[in-house]
Design a protein around this ligand. Structure first.
Ligand SMILES: Nc1nc2c(c(=O)[nH]1)N=C([C@H](O)[C@@H](O)CO)CN2
Length: 123
């Protein structure tokens, strides 16, 4: 089993617990690793056999841009749910960063892992 990844996918959304945050759009950044057997598309050279990272990114952009959660935890969980249910991802690690949210730090956020690494597939 291998990984398909998306690094530093930046999306604007309404996110945050404070009143002022409900009135503005802020940038969040995603780093995502998704388990996938890349040997199949490597043999066929066909995009149809891949976990298409562009299709994944487009879906997340559409979802996140129209969302308005308070917590990064909730947004991360809902994105993980989309990846698992709509793209059939068996295991994923998702880092959701909120750059500049805490003075003195570059970014804050959460990292979640969901699903199970497929049996017998070494890592
Ligand atoms: N664990 C979390 N802590 C905090 C969150 C959050 O979503 N998860 N959010 C905030 C505020 O919205 C903050 O980002 C505004 O600067 C504070 N702590």
């Amino acid at each position: 089993m291998d990984v398909v990844f998306i690094e530093d996918l930046r999306i604007e959304t309404v996110i945050g617990i404070y009143d002022w945050e409900r009135k503005i759009r802020q940038t969040v950044a995603f780093d995502i690793e998704m388990a996938f057997d890349n040997a199949v598309p490597a043999a066929s050279d066909a995009i149809a056999d891949t976990l298409d990272y562009k299709a994944v990114a487009k879906r997340l952009i559409a979802f996140v841009e129209s969302s308005h959660f308070e917590l990064v935890e909730t947004l991360a969980e809902r994105c993980a749910q989309i990846l698992r249910e709509e793209f059939g991802v068996p295991w994923l690690r998702l880092k959701l960063s909120k750059p500049g949210a805490v003075t003195g730090s570059r970014a804050v956020g959460v990292i979640i892992e969901r699903g199970v690494w497929p049996d017998g597939a070494g890592r």
